[in-house]
Design a protein around this ligand. Structure first.
Ligand code: 8YV
Length: 316
């Protein structure tokens, strides 16, 4: 067993959990609040590395209760649940699992895109209800090819989504904090300008304080009643109340959502809407991609244990 004290924070894939327990004797942080508090009081100072997932993370208070923490190894590309600012201030290394999930998350964005515009899930329900027999043809939908698509956040995943949309002959524009070099897509100076100039807005920006409610009521209004919103990033990037209000009022044509503000809770009002496709945050959820994420998570932990640095660090 290697000589580094590892804390498991939250549930992990069985292969990751088994490996960190076998190789490092990792200890799981208790979930019940009273037990957790006592555990951290008596043992918090002993852990050097925390292994967690993007879903749970090492938040502000937990990080404070781990005074000798040197690394947070995060399963997932998103690390918005971890207090990265505190980590960087304290010189704590943070790693994530970039790139290995680009294909699957981009595929999910495209699946939502085609589904929402063409009404695939809605028409599946139509067939199952027997409406094809009793009501006749399914109503006409919206063409998916050749649309103007705006991508909010042209990072690793955003670029793969754009590449897939080129195959649909889409005209692609984007907004990121800075224009991205080496791409031919049109840069828009703000989320509002991006939304005003496209038919479909795809949210692919990282979560966290910097992107909170970047898609607000004004951006949704700019997208307009013929516009569609797809979100495969984080629920926090969209003002969910404004989104629901626009959909209920017919001020947005439809939405495809893999992520929500308070998962696994989904706004009740969306459940009855046929122009909305709702997924349970499954963007990276394939055997192949989760295995690759597990491998990278373990490789980061092993590299840190062996030489004090990780393979895919999060940059401050
Ligand atoms: C994971 C994700 O489901 O990588 C991410 O940021 O959102 C997903 O791939 C999640 O992080 C696992 O906790």
């Amino acid at each position: 067993m290697k000589n580094i004290a590892v804390l498991q924070v939250g549930p992990l894939m069985p292969i990751v959990q088994e490996s960190i327990t076998e190789e490092y004797g990792a200890v799981r942080l208790p979930d019940p609040p009273a037990e957790r508090e006592e555990f951290l009081r008596s043992r918090g100072g002993s852990f050097e590395v925390a292994v967690t997932s993007g879903k749970v993370g090492v938040g502000t208070e937990l990080m404070q209760a781990l005074p000798n923490l040197r690394a947070v190894i995060n399963f997932g590309v998103g690390y918005d649940t971890t207090d990265a600012a505190q980590a960087f201030e304290r010189g704590i290394t943070v790693s994530n699992t970039p790139d290995v999930l680009n294909d699957c998350v981009a595929d999910t964005a495209i699946a939502l895109y085609v589904d929402v515009l063409r009404g695939i899930s809605a028409s599946d329900r139509f067939v199952r209800r027997g409406d094809w027999l009793s009501k006749g043809n399914f109503p006409l939908a919206t063409k998916a090819s050749g649309k103007k698509v705006g991508i909010l956040g042209l990072g690793r995943i955003g670029k793969v989504i754009a590449k897939r949309l080129e195959g649909f002959d889409c005209e692609i524009s984007y907004h990121s904090r800075h224009p991205v070099t080496g791409v031919s897509y049109r840069y828009e100076p703000s989320p509002r300008d991006l939304a005003a100039g496209c038919d479909v807005l795809i949210v692919a920006a990282a979560g966290g304080a910097g992107s909170a409610k970047l898609v607000d009521a004004e951006v949704i209004a700019a997208l307009g009643p013929r516009g569609y919103l797809i979100n495969i990033a984080r629920g926090s990037v969209v003002d969910e109340e404004a989104l629901v209000a626009a959909l209920l009022a017919g001020k947005l044509a439809g939405a495809g959502l893999d992520v929500f503000a308070d998962e696994p809770k989904v706004p009740e009002d969306l459940l009855a809407l046929d122009n909305v496709v709702l997924l349970p945050h499954l963007g990276s959820g394939t055997h192949e991609t989760r295995a690759a994420m597990a491998d990278l998570t373990l490789a980061n932990l092993r590299a840190f244990a062996d030489n004090g640095s990780v393979l895919t660090p999060v940059e401050p």
